[in-house]
Ligand binder design. Structure first.
Ligand SMILES: Nc1ncnc2c1ncn2[C@@H]1O[C@H](COP(=O)(O)OP(=O)(O)OP(=O)(O)O)[C@@H](O)[C@H]1O
Length: 220
C-alpha cells in the first residue's frame, strides 16, 4: 500500500527533513508516526499525497511512484487518499453537509450519489444532527470530525492524519481515535502522526518515531 525506499527530503533552504527513510505499510495496516516538533512527520505525509517530492529515493502509494505523477494522474491518486489536518481546514461559509459533500461535487458525482454517501458518513462521525450547522457553531472536536468525514466520504483506501488530535481535549481526542480504529477495522489503511503519547499507548498499534529526519521502529 505504502512504501518509502531510501527517501531523503531536503527543502530549498537546505533544511534536511527526512534522511534515508525506509518504511513499508501493508494494506489495512495502522501506523502511528511520532517524534518531536520539526522531526519530519508532516513532510513524510506530504510526500505520500504528492504535496512535496522526495529529493532522493522512491515513494510508492497503491504501487504507484508518487514522485513521477503530475497533473491529472496526481489528482486521481489523491482521490484515493483521505487527508485530515490538525487545523481542520473547513470552509467557513459552508455547512457541515456542504463541507463534506464538496469533494464529491468537485468530482462530478450526481446529487443522488452525494446524498447516498453523505448520510452514512455523517452518522459514522456522529454528526448527522449537525448537518446544517456552520463550522463556527461547532466545538473543536466536532469540527475535526467534519474534517474526518470529508476525508472519508470518497471512501479512500488510505487515510493520512497529520496531528489530528493536536487541538483537542483528551475526550475528543479519544473519540477521534476510536473513529480511526473503526475505519481501520473496515479495511482502510490509516497513518496518524501525533505528539500525544497517551493515544499511542492506548491503541495497541505499530509505532515509528522520526528523530532528526531518521526513522526508528518503536513498536511492531
Ligand atoms: N516548506 C518548507 N521549506 C523549508 N523547510 C521546511 C518546509 N517544511 C518543513 N520544513 C522543515 O523541515 C523539517 C521537518 O518539518 P516537518 O513539518 O515535517 O516536521 P514535523 O515533525 O511535522 O513537525 P511538527 O510536529 O512541529 O508539525 C523542519 O526542520 C522544518 O523547518
Amino acid at each position: 500500500m505504502v512504501e518509502l525506499r531510501g527517501v531523503t527530503k531536503t527543502y530549498s533552504n537546505q533544511s534536511l527533513a527526512l534522511d534515508g527513510v525506509n518504511l513499508k505499510i501493508k494494506r489495512k495496516g495502522f501506523l502511528f508516526i511520532t517524534g518531536p516538533s520539526g522531526a519530519g512527520k508532516s513532510t513524510l505525509l506530504k510526500l505520500l499525497y504528492g504535496e512535496e517530492r522526495a529529493s532522493l529515493g522512491e515513494v510508492r502509494v497503491h504501487g504507484i511512484d508518487v514522485g513521477k505523477l503530475r497533473g491529472d494522474r496526481l489528482s486521481q491518486l489523491r482521490r484515493r487518499i483521505g487527508v485530515v489536518f490538525q487545523d481542520y481546514k473547513l470552509i467557513p461559509r459552508k455547512t457541515v453537509a456542504e463541507n463534506v459533500a464538496f469533494v464529491l461535487w468537485a468530482q462530478g458525482y450526481s446529487h443522488q450519489e452525494v446524498q447516498r454517501r453523505l448520510t452514512p458518513t455523517l452518522k459514522m462521525v456522529g454528526l448527522a444532527h449537525k448537518a446544517d450547522c456552520f463550522p463556527t457553531q461547532l466545538s473543536g472536536g466536532e469540527q475535526q470530525r467534519v474534517g474526518l468525514a470529508r476525508a472519508i466520504v470518497g471512501m479512500p483506501p488510505l487515510l493520512l492524519a497529520d496531528e489530528p488530535t493536536g487541538n483537542l481535549d483528551p475526550d475528543n481526542a479519544l473519540q477521534v481515535m476510536k473513529i480511526f480504529q473503526k475505519l481501520n477495522s473496515f479495511g482502510i489503511t490509516v497513518i496518524v502522526t501525533t505528539h500525544d503519547d497517551r493515544l499511542v499507548r492506548m491503541a495497541d498499534r505499530p509505532v515509528v518515531q522520526i528523530r532528526d529526519g531518521k526513522l526508528h521502529q518503536v513498536r511492531r
